[in-house]
Design a protein around this ligand. Structure first.
Ligand code: CND
Ligand code: ZN
Ligand code: ZN
Length: 375
């Protein structure tokens, strides 16, 4: 029996308030309105940005359905939708691509004006929500809300991918892999023979390592306070691994000594103010480029001497690895299918969706890289 046009009752992980576990609830998911798409989720990864919402570092209206790294199948479409049709395999896009705004029309930029990450409304573009639980409207998150058996997204926030792609793996292309890989190949534009330093070896940081290697970096120095992450970093291309806690002096000084003055490219993939500064300072003062990938607490600011940049450094940052999402995600899926990069090493755990809190505990305890929840 077709569900198109009807309200679907299903399970979703609702975050009622910060610093609390997710509750698996029965929610009602309204049919998609014009230019909206309802998706049956098949798999979703757990990214640290979701945890930043839980711990209060990233603000979004609650109660809400989080999750931004998923893959699924289109269940039904609203009026006017042409980009996808029911039955298509798709990836929801937390960085939309409206195709019409100045950012989308710019050849390099990807931070579509519809992203609205600094003041997220927690709704669809028309200002309302499609989720209801116990009679209350439940907010959307990051245009995606993948922690639900069904979700509704705007047409600008979803793209069709190869029907043969394994959704329980390519869901990582929805955030962690693309964010890290693109930060190396697209944002920093890592050059062959260069030296790179990657701070933070989670799913995103290890994807930076994969990107640095693909771009031909000669040295990739991986930095983390959890040495259990080093073996995988080496497997994926890191040439050296260091733990800042093993040194008396600041780690940027250690890195400068190791590299004769500083690295060519550095990446902060943790989400901390102090490590953003360490990453900036460890790149060469005359020609180094430092890229901010991690999402630091919204309430904290940096104090930086302009001299850090006057000497010639470049300092950048980007969402989603600088990729224009609709253009890039299908290509990245095709590249994965052609074995141009691996995703398997990033997936350390697979759990049924109902065990979402266990998945977050694995992330918080440093035991997982990516947990994929399956529906
Ligand atoms: P995850 O928590 O898996 O990895 C972070 C790593 O940093 C862990 O291995 C930690 O051990 C390590 N770490 C923590 N503190 C320190 C420290 N002081 N010094 C050195 N290492 C440390 O996170 P993830 O890989 O899922 O995400 C990483 C960041 O990227 C996080 O801030 C997340 O919010 C952000 C992000 C950004 C974007 C984007 O579009 N720019 C998209 N998704 C996630
Ligand atoms: Zn993410
Ligand atoms: Zn746009």
């Amino acid at each position: 029996m077709s569900t198109a046009g009807k309200v679907i009752k299903c399970k979703a992980a609702v975050l009622w308030e910060i610093k609390k576990p997710f509750s698996i609830e029965e929610v009602e998911v309204a049919p998609p309105k014009a230019y909206e798409v309802r998706i049956k989720m098949v798999a979703t990864g757990i990214c640290r940005s979701d945890d930043h919402v839980v711990n209060g570092n990233l603000s979004t209206p609650l109660p809400g359905v989080l999750g931004h790294e998923g893959a699924g199948i289109v269940e039904s479409i609203g009026e006017g939708v042409t980009a996808v049709k029911p039955g298509d395999n798709v990836i929801p896009l937390f960085t939309p691509q409206c195709g019409k705004c100045a950012v989308c029309k710019h050849p390099e930029a990807n931070n579509c004006v519809k992203l609205g990450l600094t003041n997220p409304p927690g709704t669809m573009q028309d200002g309302t929500t499609r989720f209801t639980c116990k009679g209350k409207p439940i907010h959307h998150f990051a245009h995606t809300s993948t922690f639900s058996e069904y979700t509704v997204v705007d047409e600008i926030s979803v793209v069709k991918i190869d029907a043969a792609a394994p959704l329980e793996k390519v869901c990582l292309i929805g955030c962690g892999f693309s964010t890290g890989y693109g930060s190396a190949v697209k944002v920093a534009k890592v050059t062959p023979g260069s030296t790179c330093a990657v701070f933070g070896l989670g799913g995103v940081g290890l994807s930076v390592v994969i990107g640095c290697k693909a771009a031909g970096a000669a040295r990739i120095i991986a930095v983390d306070i959890n040495k259990d992450k080093f073996a995988k970093a080496k497997e994926l291309g890191a040439t050296e691994c260091i733990n800042p806690q093993d040194f008396q002096k600041p780690i940027h000084e250690v890195l400068k000594e190791m590299t004769g003055g500083g690295v060519d490219f550095s990446f902060e993939v943790i989400g901390r103010i102090d490590t953003v500064m360490e990453a900036l300072s460890c790149c060469h003062e005359s020609y180094g480029t430092s890229v901010i990938v991690g999402v630091p607490p919204g309430s904290q600011n940096l104090s930086v001497s302009p001299m850090q940049l006057l000497t010639g450094r470049t300092w950048k940052g980007a969402f989603f690895g600088g990729f224009k999402s609709k253009d890039s995600v299908p290509k990245l899926v095709a590249d994965f299918m052609a074995n141009k990069f691996p995703l398997n090493p990033l997936i350390t755990h697979v759990l049924p969706f109902e065990k979402i809190n266990e998945g977050f505990d694995l992330l918080r305890s440093g035991k997982s890289i990516r947990t994929v929840l399956t529906f």
